[in-house]
Write a protein that binds this ligand. Structure first.
Ligand SMILES: [Zn+2]
Ligand SMILES: [Zn+2]
Ligand SMILES: [Zn+2]
Length: 155
């Protein structure tokens, strides 16, 4: 899946979002674009490789500002670290591997949020349904014991 945007395009996007273009912000966008679903720690390492000496705080601030400007999407799965991605303009969902933690984008069958109906919204004006598919990725599936065996052993 090749969807790479050049550094030049990133500065255009950052400016269009009303933010000042800085080397740190461009580096953060490049890092997240090159490795989607990256944690802050991963982004920090990637940015430090191109901007040696960049502070942790500067990278965290960039992530926060770029997320606020909707140039990045911040996602969390359960209690895990927040992950960042540049694919912000669609209502896509994620498959998460229970074994290795691999996160993969999957298109929404409906396309627009909220894509699930709720039986009773309890007075809420709902604008999003967060869908996470869990299972085993193609790499992990053959190595895992069959699910029925696990269930039998537990009972
Ligand atoms: Zn896996
Ligand atoms: Zn995604
Ligand atoms: Zn959906």
């Amino acid at each position: 899946m090749s969807r790479r945007v050049s550094a030049l395009d990133h500065s255009v996007l950052i400016r269009a979002a009303g933010l000042r273009v800085t080397r740190q912000r461009v580096a953060v966008m490049n890092a997240v674009d090159a490795g989607p679903h990256a944690s802050a720690t991963t982004v920090l390492a990637a940015v430090a490789a191109v901007l040696p000496g960049v502070s942790h705080q500067a990278v965290y601030d960039c992530l926060a500002h770029l997320t606020e400007a909707k140039l990045l999407r911040r996602i969390t799965f359960g209690s895990g670290a927040a992950l960042y991605e540049t694919r912000t303009h669609d209502n896509h969902h994620h498959c998460v591997c229970r074994a290795c933690g691999l996160v993969v984008d999957v298109d929404c069958a409906v396309g627009a949020a909220p894509c699930l109906d709720v039986a009773d919204a309890a007075g809420f004006m709902i604008d999003e349904a967060e869908v996470t598919y869990r299972g085993l990725c193609a790499t992990c599936a053959p190595a895992e014991p069959r699910l029925s065996n696990i269930t039998l052993r537990e009972h």
